[in-house]
Design a binder for this molecule. Structure first.
Ligand SMILES: Nc1nc2c(ncn2[C@@H]2O[C@H](COP(=O)(O)OP(=O)(O)OP(=O)(O)O)[C@@H](O)[C@H]2O)c(=O)[nH]1
Length: 288
């Protein structure tokens, strides 16, 4: 069985770094894993991709030869890929019992209102692969509820568009300090773990505004207030909208995220993911 993990999220969220960490972690665990680069503008990273869209088409070439800008060029590259899926099939052909990690580009519109990734995911499923997706949002982005709403809505939009087992990840947790002094002074704009922990598994009541804040002023506008409450209700009603924290400086954190990916890919979202300690070898026997 082949397993595909689509690593998605906005530009700079840490997708490529996460892919490298997953590769290292899987190799250390003696699991067969390969990197698939789907970013036609990618720069070289720690791991040489086993499959690389730049071997088919690259963004700099498209921009130079066809005169496109970066966004139009990226769309052209993906349209070209979809018209040449036999290239991908051939590239994937050599992998049988492997874990394939797809590093995706950071242009958010690719996830929210283009059909490329859903078409790709369906194609991989037709090839008999188990497919799941992760969506990374960086912890620094989650400074207040407005940014949180924006992040959640972009994640939900991508999730609804893609329709595969899905895990939201809050990346770069190592940049979140636990120093209450820093938090009090707002030094460097860093937040405490306590500050953003409410966004990992959000309690809607906590997201309703605090008095005296920017929120209070905004809520004088009752239409926006009603919209806020509706979004809060949506978040509450939807169990998929929670975030796994990812601290790449902590191997346990990577292990936990990987366990969730394994489990989600194996069982979908119908069952609650269990902690790694609750899983036995039989759960992943065919993934070794
Ligand atoms: N401190 C910290 N920095 C990180 C982490 N992950 C990524 N970074 C940094 O964030 C920047 C962006 O990381 P990338 O992995 O290139 O992010 P990306 O999502 O692949 O970016 P695009 O390909 O542009 O969409 C780089 O400078 C990384 O070194 C992390 O877990 N902690």
């Amino acid at each position: 069985m082949r397993y595909a993990v689509l690593v998605t999220g906005p530009a700079g969220a840490g997708k490529s770094t996460f892919c490298s960490s997953l590769m290292t972690h899987l190799h250390t665990a003696k699991r067969s894993a390969h990197l698939v680069n789907l970013d036609p503008a990618a720069e070289s990273g720690e791991y040489e991709p086993a499959i690389d869209i730049r071997d088919l088409i690259s963004l700099p070439d498209v921009m130079e030869e066809l005169g496109y800008g970066p966004n139009g060029g990226l769309v052209y590259c993906f349209e070209y890929l979809l018209q040449n899926m036999d290239w991908l099939d051939e590239e994937l052909g050599g992998y049988e019992d492997d874990y394939l990690i797809f590093d995706c580009p950071g242009q958010i519109e690719l996830y929210t209102h283009h059909p490329f990734l859903p078409t790709l995911a369906r194609h991989l499923i037709r090839l008999g692969m188990r497919v799941s997706a992760t969506y990374l949002i960086e912890s620094q982005f989650m400074e207040d509820k407005y940014k949180f709403f924006s992040g959640v809505l972009s994640a939900m939009s991508a999730m609804v568009n893609l329709e595969v087992p899905w895990i939201n990840i809050m990346s770069k947790m190592d940049l979140v300090t636990t120093s209450s002094e820093d938090a009090a002074s707002g030094r460097n704009g860093v937040r405490t773990k306590k500050d953003i922990s409410r966004f990992l598994d959000p309690d809607p009541l906590l997201l309703v505004s605090a008095p005296g804040s920017r929120e209070e002023r905004t809520e004088r506008n009752s239409k926006f207030h009603a919209l806020n409450r509706a979004i809060v209700q949506l978040i509450e009603d939807h169990p998929l909208v929670s975030f796994l924290p990812l601290d790449l400086t902590n191997p346990d954190s990577i292990e936990t995220v990987l366990s969730h990916i394994d489990y989600t890919m194996q069982y979908g979202e119908d069952e609650e993911p269990r902690e790694p300690a609750d899983m036995d070898d039989g759960d992943f026997a065919d993934m070794e």
